[in-house]
Design a binder for this molecule. Structure first.
Ligand SMILES: [Mg+2]
Length: 407
C-alpha cells in the first residue's frame, strides 16, 4: 500500500487531514478547532508522504517528526500521525488500540473539558454556581476542571488582582475567537488577588465536596513564590491538580527547574504539558520530577504513539498522566479514546472535546450515544479510529475550493 495524496479541508473550524492510499483506504486526523489557519502547514508535509507505506507508521513519522515544534506547530504532524494509525487499523481490521499494544481498560475516564457554561462573573458565588451546573451535567463527570487566575478573566474583573499591566483586549479562548494571544497576563499577585483565588476554590469545593474531583487551570503567568503560596494554601482542599501555573498553553518552553521548586514545596499535585511537542521535550520535566502530572495533547505532542511513550516514561518516574484535548473535535475524541485505553495505570482522565458546531454530530458516524456515561466512555472495537464521515452529509460543510476533499 502506498500513500497517493494528502488532503486538508477546514470543516467548521477544525482542519481535517485525509491521507489517501492506492488501496482504496483513507485515514483521517483532526487539528484543534482553534487552529483553522493550519491548512497550509498540513499540506507542507505532502511531498514527504507520497509513495510511503502508511502502515509503517513510525517509518513515515521519521520523515516528518523533526519538522514540527511546540503548539501550534506540532498539530499538523500530530494529525497526520493519527490518520496513519487510522489507515493501519483499517488495513489490519483492528482498532488502533490493538496496534498500540492493546487496551488495559474497557472504559476511559474523561473530565468536563469542553462541557462548560458561561461565567456570570469572577466572584466565589459565580464560581460555585458554575461548577454546580457542571456537576449536574448529564455526562456525570467525576472530575471537573475550572479556569482561575491568569487562566480566566479574573485579572480584568477583580480590582487590584496583580501588580502587572492589565491587557484590556483579552478574550477567553473558549469562545473560539483569538483576538489576542491567549492568557496574556503575567506577574506577581497582590495579597487580595491570592486571597480571591483561594476563596473561589473554597466556594467550588463546598459545592463538589468529595464526590467530584476539582482540577484548576491557573495560568500560565504565576511567579514561583505566588505559585508556592497557592499550592500550600490549597493543601487541605485536596484539589486534583494545579495546571500550567508557570508555563503552558502557548509557551514554547517548560522551565522544569522552576516547576520542580513548586512541586517540591507542596503536596498539591502540579500539572503541565499541553503545549509540549515530542518526548524529548518532556525529558527534563519527567527525570527531574518537576511536576506530578503531565497533560500532553495527542493533537499537539506528535500523535498517539508519542503520547503513549510519554505516559509510559512518566509512569517509570512516578508521574501521572491527564491528557489535554478540549478543542480536538470528534475525530480527535476517537483518537483520545483509542490511545487512552492503552495507557498505563498512572492514567487519570482526558479532557473531553465536543463537536463544535453541533452539526459535527450529524457528519461523523460510529460514536456511542450518549458518548459519556458516569464520566466514562466505552472503548469501541471498530477498525482504525472507529469513526467515519457520513460523506454525503459532510459534503455540504466543505468550504469553497475543497469540494473534492472526499473524492
Ligand atoms: Mg490547560
Amino acid at each position: 500500500m502506498k500513500i497517493t495524496d494528502l488532503k486538508c479541508a477546514v470543516i467548521g473550524q477544525n482542519p481535517v487531514v485525509r491521507v489517501v492510499t492506492d488501496a482504496g483506504l483513507s485515514g483521517y486526523g483532526e487539528v484543534e478547532n482553534t487552529k483553522p489557519y493550519l491548512k497550509p502547514h498540513v499540506l507542507f508535509y505532502k511531498p514527504y508522504l507520497l509513495g510511503e507505506d502508511p502502515t509503517n507508521v513510525e517509518r513515515v513519522m521519521l520523515k516528518i517528526r523533526r519538522l514540527g515544534s511546540f503548539k501550534p506547530w506540532g498539530s499538523a504532524v500530530s494529525a497526520i500521525e493519527m490518520a496513519l494509525w487510522d489507515i493501519a487499523g483499517k488495513a489490519a481490521g483492528l482498532p488502533v488500540y490493538k496496534l498500540l499494544g492493546g487496551k488495559v481498560r474497557d472504559k476511559v475516564r474523561v473530565y468536563n473539558g469542553a462541557v462548560r457554561f458561561p461565567m456570570a462573573g469572577s466572584s466565589p458565588q459565580d464560581y460555585a454556581e458554575n461548577v454546580a451546573k457542571m456537576k449536574a451535567a448529564p455526562e456525570g463527570f467525576s472530575i471537573i476542571k475550572q479556569g482561575v487566575a491568569f487562566h480566566s478573566v479574573m485579572p480584568n474583573q477583580v480590582p487590584n488582582f496583580f501588580y502587572g499591566e492589565i491587557n484590556p483586549a483579552h478574550h477567553s479562548p473558549y469562545d473560539g475567537q483569538f483576538r489576542d494571544v491567549p492568557h496574556p497576563h503575567r506577574g506577581p499577585l497582590t495579597e487580595r488577588g491570592l486571597k480571591h483565588v483561594i476563596a473561589c476554590v473554597e466556594a467550588m469545593k463546598a459545592v463538589l465536596g468529595d464526590e467530584v474531583g476539582l482540577a484548576l487551570d491557573c495560568g500560565p503567568g504565576w511567579m514561583v513564590p505566588d505559585a508556592i503560596r497557592l499550592a500550600k494554601a490549597l493543601e487541605p482542599l485536596n484539589v486534583m491538580w494545579l495546571e500550567d501555573l508557570l508555563t503552558g498553553d502557548y509557551v514554547p518552553y517548560t522551565l522544569a527547574d522552576s516547576y520542580r521548586e513548586v512541586t517540591q514545596s507542596t503536596s498539591t499535585p502540579i500539572h503541565t504539558g499541553e503545549q509540549i511537542y515530542l518526548r524529548q521535550n518532556f525529558k527534563d520535566l519527567i527525570e527531574k520530577r518537576a511536576v506530578r502530572i503531565l497533560g500532553p495533547d495527542p493533537a499537539d505532542v506528535g500523535g498517539l504513539a508519542e503520547l503513549k511513550w510519554v505516559a509510559e516514561y512518566a509512569d517509570l518516574h512516578g508521574l501521572l498522566i491527564a491528557p489535554h484535548g478540549i478543542f480536538d473535535g470528534l475525530i480527535g475524541l476517537a483518537a483520545l479514546v483509542q490511545v487512552c485505553a492503552t495507557l498505563p495505570q498512572n492514567y487519570i482522565a482526558f479532557e473531553y472535546p465536543l463537536g463544535q458546531p453541533a452539526w459535527w454530530y450529524d457528519i461523523v458516524e460510529g460514536l456511542p450515544n450518549p458518548i459519556v456515561k458516569d464520566g466514562l466512555i466505552d472503548v469501541w472495537d471498530r477498525p482504525g479510529l472507529g469513526v467515519n464521515f457520513d460523506v454525503e452529509a459532510a459534503r455540504r460543510y466543505l468550504p469553497a475550493g475543497d469540494e473534492d476533499f472526499f473524492d
